[in-house]
Design a protein around this ligand. Structure first.
Ligand code: GLU
Length: 412
């Protein structure tokens, strides 16, 4: 099943449960706007390479569109549309005044120099600038983009407009109006929803065994906060391989290794295992925090974890989702599990718009409150409709979007 079909499947199934107006479903099944751009880049050696980029604004009924920009060789238009749809459901689910968007460039950022990345980012920004604005569409980091890319987007937008506009992106450096706690927010959110699920199931998180697939910004911070909550990080992986340590890793040390060497390869305190094996370990919690389609119909049957927390977007295919559901595995879906990032992005936007900046404790307090409330709503909905946490999440999101359409109507 393609990603586009996956989105429609989850949407239709939730729409069916709440008897959504079929006319509204017709609107929500399609993206509002998709832009494809060519991005010429003068490489450091003088050669010109032309890249393809996208920005999709899926739906803006609830507010300006919001979502990250990813740099990856496997970016496709359909992937960007689907991820923009996920942002729409995610923002509605956690009740942010935003619609959903996503952008991306088909490129391998590891093969570009810093200067090339800067020129690529600045030219991409100019190519999509007529779609951007603090009240139109606000980009953020995603796979292989960081606060540095956001600084270039912010500067390019500001230079083109002739004034400094900090609220045009989120996830930017703090000196440019970024928020305290934004970098850690997605991983912190993953840990918070894990804790809430354990509470709801009357289980003890202390000593629970956790495997984390992907040790980028999301996976590493999820590991850090979960270990602070008493869980044991027994397995981690990144593109260079996977490591197991039954006694539990020090997340702090692993992060230190990645900061120093750029990957987990240099770390020598665990046993090396084949990368895919991490998914099949006998652990309590599995956190896919890498890319899409990691858990699919061929490998879902081998998963032993009883709880899956989707740190990445769309890491589970719909076929696998059904298999896991039948096995009684709890899956906290991406749109809830990784919503901590966009929750703090919203706080960053509010701070930048108002020019009033908050202490980290305040940011964390807001994030906690929003996530705990959203988790409880989803949990309650799942009981009310007797559905999985994914379906319940889509139901909460759709009900919220439907309510907005009820008042706004369909223009003209
Ligand atoms: N890229 C992140 C996501 O998928 C964050 C988006 C944002 O903060 O706007 O949720």
């Amino acid at each position: 099943m393609s990603l586009i079909e996956m989105n429609k499947k989850y949407l239709r199934s939730a729409a069916d449960k709440i008897n959504l107006d079929p006319n509204l479903l017709k609107i929500l099944e399609r993206p509002m706007r998709v832009l494809e751009v060519s991005i010429p880049l003068v490489k450091d050696n003088g050669e010109v390479e032309v890249f393809t980029g996208y920005r999709c604004q899926y739906n803006d009924a609830r507010g300006p569109t919001k979502g990250g920009v990813r740099y990856h060789p496997n970016v496709t238009k359909d992937e960007i549309i689907t991820l923009a749809a996920l942002m729409t459901w995610k923002c509605a689910l956690v009740d942010l005044p935003y619609g959903g968007a996503k952008g991306g460039i088909i490129c391998d950022p590891t093969k570009l120099s810093e200067k090339e990345l800067e020129r690529l980012t600045r030219r991409y920004t100019v190519e999509i600038i007529h779609l951007l604005g603090p009240h139109i569409d606000i980009p953020a980091p995603d796979v292989f983009t960081t606060s540095k890319n956001m600084a270039w987007i912010m500067d390019t937008f500001s230079m083109m407009k002739g004034y400094t506009e900090p609220s045009i992106v989120t996830g930017k450096p703090e000196v440019l109006g970024g928020s305290k706690g934004r970098k850690e927010a997605t991983g912190r959110g993953v840990a918070i929803v894990t804790r809430e699920l354990f509470k709801a199931l009357n289980k003890n998180l202390r000593g629970a065994k956790v495997a984390v697939q992907g040790f980028g910004n999301v996976g590493s911070h999820a590991a850090l906060f979960l270990s602070q909550m008493g869980a044991k990080i027994v397995a981690v992986s990144d593109i260079t391989g996977a490591l197991v340590n039954e006694d539990g890793f020090s997340a702090q040390e692993l992060i230190g290794c990645v900061e120093k060497y750029g990957c987990l390869e240099g770390y020598n305190k665990g046993k090396k295992i084949p990368r895919d094996e991490l998914l099949y370990l006998d652990v309590d919690v599995l956190i896919p925090a890498a890319l899409e389609n990691q858990i699919h119909s061929e490998n879902a049957g081998k998963i032993k974890a009883k709880i899956i927390i989707e740190g990445a977007n769309a890491p589970t295919t719909p076929e696998a989702n059904e298999l896991l559901s039948k096995k009684g595995i709890y899956v906290v879906p991406d749109i809830l599990a990784n919503s901590g990032g966009v929750i703090v992005s919203h706080l960053e936007w509010v701070q930048a718009l108002s020019g009033l900046y908050w202490e980290e404790e305040e940011v964390i307090k807001h994030l906690e409150k929003k996530l705990v409330k959203s988790f409880k709503e989803v949990w309650k909905k799942s009981k009310e409709f007797n559905v999985s946490l994914r379906e319940a999440s889509y139901i909460v999101a759709l009900q919220r979007i439907a309510e907005v359409y009820h008042y706004r109507g369909i223009f003209p």
